[in-house]
Design a protein around this ligand. Structure first.
Ligand SMILES: [Ca+2]
Ligand SMILES: [Ca+2]
Ligand SMILES: [Ca+2]
Ligand SMILES: [Ca+2]
Length: 198
């Protein structure tokens, strides 16, 4: 085995050691209690506060908010469900009375994730409403909001939305460590020098 191959092996060993000492990637799932947010009664608005500390050295890189088998209880046109990302909602599920209508209760309280209307209504269609926060460009905001261990969502149904449960799926990756990257860079440079000196 040549010196270069040996050094290459050593570099992998260093990288593996750094990775082992640092953070891991992870997949996490969160569900409110009650899981269907009390069936999203149109008379109310709802908040869901999640208490969670992103593991040290990790950052959220993907997040999906899913409302399973959502359906409006009847056929109607004015049936918006407004969903917002919130910074510091009260932990757990809470609701307040805003009656049906009156627009988006959470307007100006964190970014609007989406406005949903059931194009059919009256019966279940096994349709899962999925908001991909990465596609919406909201990952930096999610990380900022979660940094104090509390973040969540606001829902204002202006119609009655039955569903089989709300879930937040989160994926984390290790935060790149500048010191480790510099270390690897120096090691890489040393390898390059060895190669060139032949
Ligand atoms: Ca409303
Ligand atoms: Ca409708
Ligand atoms: Ca927060
Ligand atoms: Ca409402």
């Amino acid at each position: 085995m040549g010196d270069f191959a040996k050094s290459g092996k050593a570099l992998y060993a260093i990288a593996a050691a750094l990775a082992a000492g640092a953070a891991y990637a992870g997949d996490y799932s969160f569900m409110p209690d009650p899981k269907d947010m009390d069936g999203f009664d149109h008379h109310y608005y709802y908040s869901w506060g999640i208490q969670w500390n992103v593991p040290s050295g990790e950052q959220i890189t993907e997040a999906k908010l899913i409302i399973k088998n959502i359906w409006d209880w009847t056929e109607e046109d004015d049936d918006q469900l407004f969903v917002h990302l919130l910074d510091d909602p009260q932990p757990g599920v809470h609701s307040g009375f805003d009656d049906q209508g009156g627009g988006d209760y959470f307007n100006n309280q964190g970014p609007l994730i989406g406005v949903y209307s059931d194009p059919v209504g009256g019966h279940s269609r096994d349709y899962d409403l999925i908001y991909n926060l990465k596609d919406l460009g909201l990952i930096p905001t999610v990380n900022a909001y979660a940094s104090n261990g509390v973040f969540g969502f606001g829902f204002d149904p202006d119609c009655h939305y039955f569903n089989d449960g709300v879930e937040l799926q989160v994926h984390t990756e290790p935060v790149p460590e500048p010191a480790s990257l510099i270390g690897l860079g120096i090691a890489g440079l040393a390898l390059l020098r060895r190669k060139r000196s032949r």
